[in-house]
Structure formats: C-alpha cells, structure tokens
Write a protein that binds this ligand. Structure first.
Ligand code: NAD
Length: 488
C-alpha cells in the first residue's frame, strides 16, 4: 500500500461550510487529517474557532426563520432532494469515509452511507408527521398543543460514524423547521464537509446546515456556549459528554448525549449457536470494534462456552485484515496511533488480569507497518470486574465471560456503568423477555444484534447518555411544545 495523496480523495472537501460559502477558518489556521491505513496526511483543513462558529450561527438564525415558515411539504421535498443527491454520490462518500476512518469501503457503503440515505428519507417524511394534541379541559375552552422548532441546534459528532451521526442529527432538526451547525471530529471530518457541500447542491437554503471543523475542542466548546444555540445534540465519549451537558445546563439549554458502551451479548444454553456466533463476530469486529454498541462482552452459558469460544477465535483468526479500499477486507486499521496505543494498554491490562488470550493481542505481522492496524483479539475467562470487562476499549477486543445461570448472566450484564446495547440468544420467549426487562440498556436485541432503523428510538441509559435519536421520540428533542387555550 502506498501513501494516499490528496488527488486520491474522491470529493473536494477542504473548506468549512458556512451559509453558501466554502471558507477557510477566520484565523487562517489549518490542521491535517491522516489516512489511518498509511499514517500519511490525507487532507489539510481549516481549524475553526469561536469566530467561525459566530458566523455559522448567524447564518443559521437568518435561514431558520424563513425555513420554519415553509410548508411541511416543501421541507420534505428539500430533504428528499438531499437524500437523492447523497445517493448519487454514495460510492464517493463511502470511499471518503473509508479513507478517513479506515473502515472497509464495503462496510462504509453498506452501513454508513446506506443508513444515512434511509435516515434522510425517513426524516423527510417527519416534516408532515409531527402533530400537536387536542386536550379535553372544559367545554368553555379549546385546548391544543403545537410542536414548534427550537431554533438553531448544535450537532457534535464523533469520528467512528461521522456521516451517519450527522444525518441522524440534521434529518430530524431540519424536518422540524430548525437550522443546525455540525461540528465533526478532527480525526475524520471529511464526510461531514462533503455532506455540507452536497446539501447546497441539492438546494437546501444556505445557512440551514453549516459544518465547522476544528483541531480539538475550540469550535465545539464555542458552539455549545453560543447564546443563540437552543439545543445541543452530542454524540461522543462520556468524558466529553459530561462537559458538554454541564455547559449546556449552565445556560439552561436542552441537550441529548449519545455516549459510549460496554454491551453484553448473552448466549443461553438453549441458543441457536450458529446464529449467536455470527452475531457475536459481527458485533465486535465490524468497524474494527470502533462502535458504541460493540458487543465487547460475550457472556456464555458454561454449557456452550467451549463451542462459542472456538467459533469466536476461528472467525477472528480467519478474517481478512488490510487495505480498507479492498472490497474483500473485513478489518481495517484503528483510527490513530494514540488510539491503537490505548487499545494495546487494555490488552496488556487483560493479560495482567489473568484472562486467557485465545487469539490476537498484537499488531498484525503482515499489515502495512505505517498503518494503525491491530489484530482481532479474544480473551477468555475474563473476570467480570476486570478492567477489560468494565471499560470501553473501542477496538476489536472481545472478552468472553462464562456464567452458570440466567440470574448470574443478568447480574454480569448490568455490572457496568454503561447501558447502551444488549443481546440475548435463546429459544425461549420467557427467558428472552425476562432478560429484556431486567437488562439496564437502551436497546435490546433478541436472537439478533445491532439492528437499527431510523423509526426506532436509539439511545442509552446510565453513562451511555440520555435522550433518543430516531422516530417520534427523536422529534421531541428538536421541537418544543406550546399549549394554547382558546376561550369560546
Ligand atoms: P469524543 O468525545 O472525543 O469527541 C466527540 C466530539 O466532541 C468530537 O467532534 C470532538 O471534537 C468534540 N469535542 C471534544 N471536546 C469538546 C468540548 N469540550 N466541547 C464540545 N465538543 C467537544 O468522542 P470520539 O472519540 O470522537 O468518539 C468515540 C466515542 O463516541 C466513543 O465513546 C463511542 O462509544 C461514542 N459514540 C457513541 C454513539 C452513540 O450513538 N451512543 C455513536 C458513536 C460513537
């Protein structure tokens, strides 16, 4: 594999998007984003600051008033045009996301881009679906509620699913009549910048969607604190989420946080083991395990432990690691050198904890040496209180934890500060429902894992965050309810 030159980037994405302008940062500062497969610079981008945020928010306020007065049908049409434009650029967007994040291009196309398009189409329809209520109070009054847009929204997105997270925020925001300013992660901002440009090409009124990049937290912090921002929609780590929620709270802004996870996939003794093994494999090794819902803890009944461990280790050993641009690659590099070092520290902690290393645990010998590759790794007999069983590793590292009975499985599943995803494999509907009810998790899958749909509320419990994206639950956050009393 050779270093990627700027000419390899499939779309022109080197400017921030403010109003109808593609601009440099006001201060003229720049930063590089790297190609994780080669460790080489991929693009040089504007390092935005509070000044750029001020301009983006001013453009958003101007545009939002007119947008909120457009008919729902018009908003729906514009969002459908955006979905159409994204679909026509789907292959380029997938290549861009793959280059910037290191995820295999096949996954970027089938997951990130496909789901982004579905989400935009679904939320286009929401423009005409959000309704108020008529409340019976007294015969003398007609009491109704309206759901109104909140104004200008801050959308702060992470690097692992930048495009998807951005569309999950802008779809509902714009459908409801708001404007939104997106702040992507400096580690993988290209798809967000590309989507900002595509929106202008699709006819979205300028200012409704701005994209401001930064090299750390300058623009993100300024955005959250900006007095004209009414609502903050944050996706990222609990550490930053806590700061963002505190800053929003200080100004009495509403906020939702979609944070990390340490999800358990539980395999009971009566499970379809083949289906469970397939789900366990996809749950931890897709996207290099850099997934908030990664099933990083595989809880297996002692009766099926050996079978499940073998299946996980065989699958991990056989998956193809390499160039994300190659259609047959299953596992690409991790996002950055510091992130790989962090994953390596967890692996060392796993070794020290007495867990048995079943496979992986090192940098792959045959992968390009300047890329941030790491082997798919399986630890067996991990103690539920070991660090690797408690903390989000955000890499292809699976902890297999045996249990004796259902009660113990549930206790271990809940023994984490996180509560994002959980799965259970069993042929018994009673056992499945008992687990689904008892598990402290925002999303539960039975005989499946990681199913997502734009109509279904997605979000966490405990330190995995609060608020929901998707469906009517998501629309609640981007609208505010007004009660109107009419005296007859
Ligand atoms: P991160 O918290 O480091 O950064 C997220 C975003 O916040 C980035 O755009 C970053 O630049 C910005 N930011 C950093 N400091 C800020 C500040 N002080 N004020 C405002 N913005 C600031 O997270 P990350 O490393 O980009 O993403 C990985 C994390 O995201 C993992 O924990 C993962 O589980 C989580 N995640 C959650 C979901 C979900 O839906 N629950 C989805 C994807 C990722």
């Amino acid at each position: 594999m050779t270093g990627t030159s700027h000419a390899d980037i499939p779309m022109l994405v080197d400017r921030i998007v403010i109003g109808d302008e593609l601009a440099d940062a006001a201060g003229g500062e720049v930063f590089d984003t790297l190609n994780p497969a080669t460790g080489q610079p991929l693009a040089t981008l504007p390092a935005g600051t509070a000044q750029d945020v001020d301009r983006a928010v001013a453009a958003a306020r101007d545009a939002q008033h007119a947008w909120a007065r457009r008919s729902p049908a018009t908003r729906e049409r514009v969002l459908l045009a955006l979905a159409e434009r994204v679909e026509s650029a789907a292959d380029d967007l997938a290549r861009l996301e793959s280059l910037d994040v290191g995820k295999p291009v096949s996954q970027a196309r089938a997951i990130d881009v496909a789901m982004a398009i579905d989400g935009l189409r679904y939320h286009a329809g929401m423009a005409s679906k959000v309704e108020g209520r008529t409340i019976p109070t007294s015969r003398r009054y007609l009491t109704i509620t309206r759901r109104e847009p909140v104004g200008v929204i801050a959308g702060i997105v992470p690097w692992n699913f930048g495009l998807l997270s951005m569309t999950a925020k802008l779809g509902p925001a714009l459908a409801a009549g708001n404007a939104i300013v997106i702040k992507p992660s400096p580690l993988a901002p290209l798809s967000s910048l590309a989507l900002g440009r595509l929106a202008l090409e699709a006819g979205l009124p300028p200012g409704l969607l701005s994209v401001v990049t930064d090299d750390g937290s300058a623009a993100g912090e300024a955005l959250v604190r900006h007095p004209a921002i009414s609502h903050v929609s944050f996706t990222g780590s609990p550490e930053v989420g806590r700061k963002v929620a505190a800053a929003a709270g200080e100004q009495l802004k509403t906020c939702i946080t979609e944070l990390g996870g340490k999800s358990a996939l539980v395999v009971l003794d009566d499970a379809d083991l083949q289906a469970a093994a397939q789900a366990a494999f996809l749950g931890i090794f897709i996207n290099q395990g850099e997934m908030c819902t990664a099933s990083s803890r595989l809880l297996v009944s002692a009766q099926v432990h050996d079978h499940m461990l073998d299946a996980a280790a065989v699958a991990a050993r056989s998956l193809k690691i390499g160039d994300p641009a190659d259609a047959s690659t299953v596992l690409g590099p991790l996002i950055s050198a510091p992130h790989r070092e962090r994953v390596e520290r967890f692996v060392e902690s796993g070794r020290q904890s007495g867990a048995e290393l079943a496979c992986g645990g090192a940098r792959p010998p045959n992968a390009p040496d300047r890329g941030f590759f790491f082997e798919p790794t399986v630890f067996d007999r991990v103690r539920p209180d070991a660090e690797i069983a408690r903390e989000e590793i955000f890499g292809p590292v699976l902890s297999v934890i045996p249990f004796q009975d259902e009660e113990e499985a549930l206790r271990i599943a809940n023994a984490t500060r996180y509560g994002l995803g959980a799965g259970v494999f069993t042929r018994s509907i009673d056992r499945a429902l008992r687990f689904a009810e008892g598990v402290e998790s925002g999303n539960v899958w039975v005989n499946a894992y990681n199913l997502l749909h734009p109509a279904v509320p997605f979000g966490g419990m405990k330190h995995s965050g609060f608020g929901r994206e998707g469906g009517f639950s998501g629309m609640v956050h981007v609208t505010r309810e007004k009660s109107i009393w009419l005296a007859g």
